[in-house]
Design a protein around this ligand. Sequence first.
Ligand code: SDX
Length: 431
Amino acid sequence: MADDTRTARLEIEGKSHDLPIYSPTAGPDVIDIRKLYSAAGVFTYDPGFTSTASCDSTITFIDGDKGELLHRGYPIDQLAEKSHFLEVCYLLLYGELPSPAQLEDFEGRVTNHTMLHEQMVYFFRGFRRDAHPMAIMVGVVGAMSAFYHDSTDISDPWQREVASIRMIAKMPTIAAWAYKYSIGQPFVYPRNDLDYASNFLRMCFAVPAEDYEVNPILARAMDRIFTLHADHEQNASTSTVRLASSSGANPFACIAAGIACLWGPAHGGANQACLEMLREIGTPDQIPEYIARAKDKDDPFRLMGFGHRVYKNFDPRAKVMKQSADEVLELLGVEDNPTLQVAKELEKQALADPFFTEKKLFPNVDFYSGIILEAMGFPTSMFTPIFAVSRTIGWISQWKEMITDPQLKIGRPRQLYQGVTLRDYVDIENR
Ligand code: SDX
């Protein structure tokens, strides 16, 4: 936090309160209100945290007006084009791009942790076959704290490191096994001779009855999707992980909380909701009806995959995702995919409509991702689990940053109480 002598003066009923202002290395200044309640006896009020910085961080910076997303200073479009997911994981976790030796060591450590404790198989078998894979992931990841006791003491740097590697390494296995379980196929074990994305694709689509060759184009597209979803500042699920971790809860339980939050259709569940919306629209001639519904204040319908709390211009991830969608569908020979045609026409019509441009509603990361994932063979129920696999590195990096912050305090917001004030109990015979 840059040293600043600037202050913001707050006048309340004739009394002045000077609050320190801090300047970041990038983004808006912040007003430090930590002493406001003790000094002035008032709370600030910000449901949804539209104007609240909840922490210091050095991991990811978003400029919503410029449509800029930086991970440790590197722009997402360069990382998506030139890097690969495990290198981005290293960057997010340790703060710098790795040397060749550091990258080889990191990838080796992740590879050697991709298997699950064999006893955990019974957790999957406890679910109904038609359980949503996100329900399985919340359960199995939470249960990891019952299996990996030697990496739950968050005060031990070594245990924090092992828990981080285990989470990054095991999430693809958990997601793939949740998928296999839902389609009644046997689990496929990870292989140490495959890269991260290829391993995930093989665990999802291989069957014991025949060999499975990973298509390198799909592996590259999968890896890029992982990179694009890796971290995103203090979004709802990351804030959930931070709040859960602030009580000292073990990392597996906190990541399970993040998975639960990500599941919502306003957040990570939007990729599934978006594809289902595009399918429901069906053909381009139906688009005007859905745009009218999205504009109708009395209709709860929203365009899934559109809008963002921070991006008031384009979402840089959506741009890369759109390019990737074109490439993958062309390579798969499905470039005339009807869903993609509807998506492109919907984007064109929405962005030509002042309702959306004036409200600064643009396609977000979820608008095109589902089209690629569907073309790769994933059911819509696997879209958010894939988001969770990727975002695990963001959650873990932000968790590690918070746990090692000397200013760490348990998160405990207050409220604007609007309920009934003090009254005495009335015995039932007098009611
Ligand atoms: C992700 O935070 C992150 O960084 C999240 C994420 C990440 O990487 O972690 O980027 C991933 O969650 C992307 C967002 C995925 N969600 C969706 O695509 C669902 C559809 N979008 C919305 O529900 C909405 O845009 C949000 C939730 C994304 C953002 O909501 P905000 O910031 O609280 O904005 P808002 O709801 O206050 O909307 C502002 C106005 C409202 O109209 P008014 O009440 O001012 O008249 O815009 C309207 C909204 O009704 N609006 C939409 C709309 N999104 C907002 N109208 C139609 N369609 C939409 N999609």
